[in-house]
Design a protein around this ligand. Structure first.
Ligand code: PAJ
Length: 270
């Protein structure tokens, strides 16, 4: 991959990278479509990164479908799929880790210890191997996008980080590879996550600005049998908690639907 990227760079071609863990859905495809329009060489990486999963998380059973992914990649105009093995990425346990402070004080980070260290570190490795000019990420994982943006800026990585909006199913459920885990009954309950965000947004549109009221409005929509991990209102730039909305804020939540942990978010502004 590095040799190919060196050649493309020498030829003055703009390389765009879309990093994923595979099991592609239309959310991933939207990133590829945006990437296709932004550069000459579109690279998709597929790597289920073990270092970003906790010991009790779903690394071993994370859904995989390489043949299906490559068909979708081809249809989206991908030039290269970079699909390294774990042994190629980690020939030995790394001693170097990238920690991004304060942006990881809340939201998913305390609930998934080590997760964002794993994410920031593997994305830095992917950047060094693929050497893209541009890399594209989804706002579905808003905290991840912010962590990667800041890592790239702090380390002078020289990769432009582009964020893209959340792609949803017709009924509002945010697309996720993990939706594949849901039974039909759980799929119905999972809809309450996007409903919760919509309910809070409606209160916000009615003039409510207090975090406690907006968070309560969201929690009230969460279906029976769904366990809230967190509902937080944070500043869109610092990700620090907000008491009263005076500038754009992110309402973000995570919840367990059965054993499946899902996340969703919405920006409240204007
Ligand atoms: P993965 O969960 O496969 O997601 C890959 C990219 O797709 C991320 O940037 C994510 O935000 C984006 N994405 C997922 N669902 C989306 C949706 N419904 N709408 C828009 N974008 C969506 O995120 C990861 O992989 C990994 O942590 C990775 C960055 C590859 C590092 O291992």
């Amino acid at each position: 991959m590095r040799i190919r990227s060196d050649d493309f760079r020498r030829d003055g071609r703009a390389i765009v990278l879309v990093p994923t863990m595979g099991y592609l859905h239309d959310g991933h495809v939207s990133l590829l479509t945006a990437g296709r329009a932004r550069g000459d060489i579109l690279v998709l990486s597929i790597f289920v990164n073990p270092t970003q999963f906790g010991p009790n998380e779903d690394y071993a059973r994370y859904p995989r479908d390489l043949a299906g992914d490559l068909a979708k990649a081809h249809a989206a105009g991908v030039d290269f799929a970079f699909v390294p093995t774990a042994a190629a990425m980690y020939p030995r346990a790394p001693l170097t880790r990238i920690v991004v402070d304060t942006l990881t004080d809340g939201l998913c980070s305390p609930r998934r210890p080590g997760h964002f260290v794993g994410v920031a570190s593997v994305v830095a490795k992917l950047f060094h191997v693929v050497q893209p000019h541009v890399a594209i990420f989804g706002e579905k994982d808003y905290q991840q996008l912010m962590v990667i943006r800041r890592m790239a800026a702090d380390l002078d990585v020289g990769v432009e980080i582009v964020g893209m909006p959340i792609v949803r199913e017709r009924d509002g459920l945010a697309m996720s590879s993990r939706n594949a885990y849901l039974s039909s009954d759980e799929r119905v309950r999972a809809l309450s996550l996007s409903r919760a965000l919509a309910a809070a947004e409606a209160r916000f549109r009615d003039g409510e600005r207090a975090a406690t009221a907006l968070i309560a409005a969201a929690k009230a929509e969460i279906a029976d049998g769904v366990t809230v991990d967190y509902v937080e209102l944070v500043d869109t730039d610092t990700l620090q908690p907000v008491d009263t909305i005076v500038r754009p804020a992110l309402l973000a939540l995570a919840a367990f639907v059965g054993k499946t942990r899902l996340i969703d978010n919405r920006v409240l502004s204007g």
